[in-house]
Design a protein around this ligand. Structure first.
Ligand code: ATP
Length: 164
């Protein structure tokens, strides 16, 4: 694809409950990872969006939380809706991200230059894909992280007007 074709890719728009999708992804995650403690906090939010792509973005955030969180620590997935926006947050008690690296984590191929992070596999593409998916839906991502404390990363996007 040439540059610029990015934003013309057609979305497959579905009407679905974001909170149920999050719980489904969480269930799948718990089947493959017994190494962390999982929690969820969801309220019912219906959205119009490409369900396959949104699920992919969720997976990227959860896979990162698994990779960068020591065994036994907690990973929490939340979904909420307010003011016309839906928010999905993955909160981990992991290694965190140095403040100077935070602005770069959405860059393609960027991986924090920490031996601890380097010990895990990955191409550094995950978050750039999640960001592309989010922006393709008119949304944005937010990240709050502290080294050795953890990371909170959210996808925020508008709920289609019909659902307000
Ligand atoms: P992959 O492409 O397989 O996802 P990756 O995890 O290296 O590999 P990204 O998902 O794009 O790539 O993340 C970029 C970098 O941001 C990571 O290498 C890591 O340094 C940092 N990072 C992302 N999520 C977290 C997290 N939850 N906790 C700590 N660091 C994180």
């Amino acid at each position: 694809l040439a540059r610029g074709d990015n934003n013309t890719m057609a979305l497959q728009i579905d009407h679905f409950e974001l909170s149920l999708l999050a719980l489904e992804v969480l269930r799948e995650t718990q089947m493959i990872d017994s190494g962390h403690e999982y929690n969820s906090s969801v309220t019912s939010v219906f959205i119009k969006a490409d369900k396959g792509l949104i699920k992919q973005a969720m997976r990227i955030l959860i896979d990162n939380a698994i990779k960068y969180t020591p065994p036994g620590n907690r990973i929490t997935v939340s979904v909420s809706g307010a003011g016309g926006f839906a928010r999905l947050t993955v909160h981990d008690e992991g290694i965190g991200i140095a403040s100077d690296a935070v602005p770069k984590i959405f860059d393609r191929f960027f991986r924090a230059d920490e031996s601890r992070a380097r010990a895990t596999g990955g191409t550094g593409l995950g978050l750039s894909i999640a960001k592309w998916i989010t922006e393709r839906h008119g949304g944005h991502m937010e990240v709050l992280s502290r080294q050795d404390i953890g990371t909170k990363i959210s996808i925020v996007f508008p709920i289609a007007e019909e659902n307000l």
